[in-house]
Design a protein around this ligand. Structure first.
Ligand SMILES: [Zn+2]
Length: 239
């Protein structure tokens, strides 16, 4: 069922929405478009599962929090659990999650440890190395929003009591971006993919600026989110 899965890829994909384009018309109010703030403060809770700590994970968490703070959204991102690792002695690296069934096994193990699903109203976000099979047709996928993990996993491991998870590829051999976690949270609140890599909801461009913006500067040309997408966060909940 790959069509139900939203992936973030570094390649431009065909897109039928109008949310991603950077307007070039003179007179466009870029501040209203790119620096929209929720009318009232909004808080969303994210529970992170990881195998280890590294700069990629902390950069993604920091980027998400700082970026959304400029839009009146507080992202509470806390560690919810440690993902069990399997070390491949022969290849001298951690085994990747190769299939959906592998992923379901990981979630089942987290459930058995009592840490999954996270507290009510919290989005589970897993930093986990993807294998080629899980990437499937999207060979360059670096993140994945799965809105129906329960129905994907039920046949393998029974009910998981959660529907939505996001995955972020934490393989150290994959060139990726600091915005992947935020991009996938965006999908979880209902934002569609956009075609342009300068947009948070566009593809990851590892050669672009990876540091979180310190303020909302509507004139910058990278790491932007259109008001339409910010409004999804303002109205978002993971209840
Ligand atoms: Zn995406």
């Amino acid at each position: 069922m790959p069509q139900v899965l939203r992936r973030q890829t570094p390649q431009a994909e065909p897109d039928h929405s109008d949310t991603g384009a950077v307007p070039t018309d003179a007179g466009t109010n870029r501040r209203a478009l790119f620096c929209h703030k929720c009318a009232s403060p909004t808080t969303l809770n994210i529970g992170v599962y990881k195998q280890l700590n590294n700069d990629f994970i902390s950069d993604n968490i920091l980027f998400s929090k700082i970026f959304m703070s400029h839009h009146n959204v507080t992202l509470n991102i806390d560690t919810a659990g440690v993902i069990p690792t399997q070390y491949d002695e022969e290849r001298r690296k951690f085994t990747k999650v190769e299939t959906v069934a592998d992923l379901c096994d990981v979630l089942k193990e987290l459930k058995a440890r009592g840490v999954f699903p996270p507290a009510a109203g919290t989005l589970p976000a897993l930093f986990i190395p993807f294998g080629a099979q899980l990437r499937g047709s999207s060979a360059e996928a670096v993140g994945w929003h799965i809105p129906n993990i329960n129905s994907l996993c039920e046949a393998h491991v029974g009910k998981l009591d959660v529907s939505r998870v996001v995955l972020i590829d934490s393989s150290d051999d994959v060139k990726s971006c600091s915005k992947v976690l935020l991009h996938e949270i965006g999908h979880a609140v209902g934002c569609p993919d956009g075609p342009d890599s300068p947009m948070i909801m566009g593809p990851c461009d590892p050669s672009s600026v990876q540091k979180p913006p310190l303020t909302c500067d509507a004139d910058r040309t990278h790491n932007l989110m259109v008001a339409k997408d910010v409004k999804k966060f303002c109205a978002g909940s993971f209840a």
